[in-house]
Design a protein around this ligand. Structure first.
Ligand SMILES: *[C@@H]1O[C@H](CO)[C@@H](O)[C@H](O)[C@H]1NC(C)=O
Ligand SMILES: *[C@@H]1O[C@H](CO)[C@@H](O)[C@H](O)[C@H]1NC(C)=O
Ligand SMILES: *[C@@H]1O[C@H](CO)[C@@H](O)[C@H](O)[C@H]1NC(C)=O
Ligand SMILES: *[C@@H]1O[C@H](CO)[C@@H](O)[C@H](O)[C@H]1NC(C)=O
Ligand SMILES: *[C@@H]1O[C@H](CO)[C@@H](O)[C@H](O)[C@H]1NC(C)=O
Length: 496
């Protein structure tokens, strides 16, 4: 039964009684419920049905919606067994008619909702109840195939196409995936095993991928065991990722947390990530394909991120950076038992640039390297990369950091004939592990300065006198996404 324009189905007397006698705790959400019920008393001509329970709540979002429906209105069954792929796609196809009429929201109640990949629409919100779990199907027929991304030229696991992500969107405006910490479970072991056995014909799906879109919010969700990357906004702008918990085994393959890729004006805030790959990996395409596509990632802010990733980086820039990465600001970052803090990964043949990078107030416990820059990452899309396409790495600023139990303070390796320039590191104290390497810094093909850094940096990063350098740069002004105010959206719905 599709939703109707009145938003909320008329209530029967039975439902009213159920509501009034239910043992409610005095919380704001219940006050809203009562108001909705009172409003409904005036609805006339109500067709009454037994067993309806009204539920309502509030959440914060970039935009609120005029039309609502629940996945159960479209035949969804939350038993963990029944496939809901068709229910999701039917619901969203139906709700897409409201794009120019106030938009719509699709509610996923408590339950286990098995589903394959489905596609979102514009001016749309997918909202997960706190006890809702989307379970990724293991039936390959429920995963449509997509062409390789143009800026990559091929899939990362296999040259041919790639499986569409569990939640997919392309060419959208104003799309929100939000929850009261509801869960999206990729059931990744199935895919990791195929990957390790070399049995994949196509590249593994991601949990969330939104392409060619503008105005994206992904908030207050828990993402579990993704087959591969977790959140992948690509060729998009005006993006808010907030309050996301990402959990995957630290040995799981390529389970990157959040990968903004050829995106502009992006804010990633208040996320907690435990994963088998980089917690945040900033990207912009691969070798000759990325150079030809030429779309950078720029204006990115990462705030209050906690990362645990023993075999990867807290924040990686690259290795696919051929469209360029510029103006990345990260602050109040905590890394625990993680291989490296900030890592720049690139190679001859990548072209592009990584410039104007600013990181401050980072706390690191138990790390292999606090800072790592790799100019010989290799890993090419194919043999046709241009050996003359050298990346420009310039304007890298790190300040106000403390670290303890670190094996090596820094390993900074530029490219011969293409040094990484304008590196600035100030006010950084790195406590070395008992079994630390004898030489805490190794530096080749880099240029820059330091101030107030312990242990003493390499000779290529000479310490400045305090009157010449007090602190490395960090831009004081906001990026545009910082001034977007979230609205309080309310949601009233019924279910059987
Ligand atoms: C996410 O949840 C937190 C804590 O409940 C809340 O403060 C925040 O406003 C929520 N964010 C959004 C975008 O709803
Ligand atoms: C989406 O937008 C891109 C870039 O503008 C365009 O190349 C592509 O054809 C569009 N795809 C669809 C499905 O409309
Ligand atoms: C969300 O759920 C995850 C997994 O259960 C939990 O670790 C996390 O603390 C929860 N986050 C919030 C803000 O409640
Ligand atoms: C140096 O960094 C520490 C740790 O982040 C911070 O508490 C302190 O205020 C910084 N000092 C200056 C002079 O900025
Ligand atoms: C220091 O790091 C080592 C691993 O490199 C770990 O085994 C040890 O527990 C850490 N010590 C502390 C005090 O965190």
């Amino acid at each position: 039964m599709p939703c109707n324009k009145s938003l909320i189905h008329p209530l029967s007397a039975t439902a009213m009684e159920l509501l009034w006698i239910s043992p409610v705790k005095p919380r704001a959400a219940n006050v809203v419920t009562v108001l909705v019920v009172l409003a409904l008393l005036s609805v006339k001509g109500a067709e009454s049905r037994k067993g309806r329970i009204l539920e309502s709540f509030e959440y914060n979002a970039m935009s609120c919606r005029a039309h609502s429906a629940s996945i159960t209105d479209f035949g969804g069954v939350g038993d963990g067994q029944t496939s809901n792929t068709k229910a999701f796609q039917d619901a969203i196809d139906h709700l897409s008619q409201y794009a120019s009429d106030g938009g719509s929201q699709l509610y996923v109640p408590a339950g286990k909702w098995l589903t394959g990949s489905f596609s979102l629409t514009s001016h749309f919100t997918l909202f997960l109840h706190k006890d809702a779990v989307l379970l990724a199907s293991q039936n390959l027929n429920e995963w449509p195939l997509l062409k390789p991304l143009p800026s990559y030229g091929r899939g990362r696991d296999a040259a041919a196409g790639r499986y569409a992500s569990l939640i997919f969107g392309t060419n959208l405006t104003d799309v929100i995936i939000a929850g009261d910490n509801g869960t999206i479970d990729g059931q990744g072991a199935f895919w990791w095993q195929k990957f390790h056995q070399g049995k994949l014909k196509y590249t593994r799906p991601y949990l969330i991928e939104i392409m060619y879109s503008d105005g994206i919010q992904i908030s207050n969700l828990t993402l579990l065991n993704s087959p591969s990357w977790n959140v992948h906004p690509v060729y998009s702008s005006d993006i808010l990722v907030q309050g996301i918990t990402i959990l995957a085994p630290v040995r799981s393959p390529n389970t990157d947390g959040i990968n903004p890729d050829s995106c502009t004006n992006v804010k990633i805030e208040d996320c907690y990530i435990v994963s088998g790959d980089d917690c945040v990996a900033v990207k912009s395409g691969w070798d000759e394909y990325g150079i030809a596509f030429g779309m950078p990632t720029k204006q990115l802010i990462i705030r209050r991120l906690t990362c645990i990733s023993p075999y990867s980086a807290t924040i990686a820039l690259g290795s696919e950076m051929s469209g360029g990465i510029q103006d990345v600001r990260a602050e109040d970052i905590t890394a625990i038992n993680t291989e490296s803090g900030v890592r720049i990964k690139t190679a001859v043949g990548r072209g592009g640039y990584v410039k104007d990078i600013y990181v401050k107030r980072m706390i690191m416990h138990t790390m292999k390297w606090a800072f790592w820059m790799t100019g010989n990452y290799g890993s090419h899309a194919d043999k046709n990369y241009d050996p003359n396409a050298l990346p420009v790495i310039q304007g890298i600023n790190y300040r106000d950091m403390v670290a303890d139990n670190v094996s090596m303070a820094a390993r900074l390796e530029g490219i011969s004939g293409d040094p990484f320039k304008e590196i600035c590191i100030s006010n950084v104290t790195i406590g070395m592990a008992a079994k630390a390497k004898k030489i805490p810094w190794t530096c080749t093909e880099i240029e820059g300065i330091t101030s107030g850094v312990t242990p003493r940096p390499c000779d290529l990063l000479p310490d400045q006198r305090p009157e010449e350098l007090t602190e490395c740069d960090f831009p004081p002004e906001d990026i545009p996404i910082d001034s977007v105010k979230l609205q309080k959206c309310s949601y009233g719905m019924h279910y059987m």
